[in-house]
Design a protein around this ligand. Structure first.
Ligand code: MG
Length: 155
């Protein structure tokens, strides 16, 4: 068994789409990043890579490489999962928390879970996604950005 932890932050910016957990969420701002800036998928990728001690998302998909500009993070997740499988591990479960003040993302959580479980080839009850505000404290609370935490157990 191996455990992995991932954490990521992206800031809000005008003129960007908001992608979280593989789902495009209607909002007047999105997250800024070299890729589509899906902070949830990035935290999961880092947890997966951490569990097999293969560095982090920046090691494998550097933001200096133009081939990753604007890339759909679902592709990064699929590529990351291939590395995990090659190491002989499978996902037991994933637990994720998104710290976000606005917009409310509760209506989209089930869609995120069903999207990600298909990509990862796991059952829906093996992936948990939770969201919390930060009670208006910190950068998430000031609506400046979004953070995500992920823990994964491999076996
Ligand atoms: Mg990121």
């Amino acid at each position: 068994m191996r455990i992995g932890f991932g954490y990521d932050v992206h800031r809000f910016a005008e003129g960007r789409d908001l992608w979280l957990g593989g789902i495009k969420i209607p909002y007047h701002k999105g997250l800024l990043g070299h890729s589509d800036a899906d902070v949830v998928i990035h935290a999961i990728c880092d947890a997966l890579l951490g569990a097999v001690a293969l560095g982090d998302i920046g090691t494998h998909f550097p933001d200096t490489d133009s081939k990753y500009r604007g890339i759909d993070s679902k592709i990064l997740l699929t590529e990351t999962m291939k590395l995990v499988s090659k190491k002989g591990f499978a996902i037991q479960n994933i637990d994720t928390t998104i710290a976000i003040q606005v917009p409310k993302i509760a209506p989209y959580i089930e869609m995120m879970r069903s999207t990600l479980c298909v990509l990862l080839n796991i059952d829906i009850d093996q992936i948990s996604i939770k969201a919390t505000t930060t009670e208006r404290l910190g950068f998430e609370g000031r609506e400046e950005g979004v953070s995500a935490y992920a823990v994964v157990l491999l076996g």
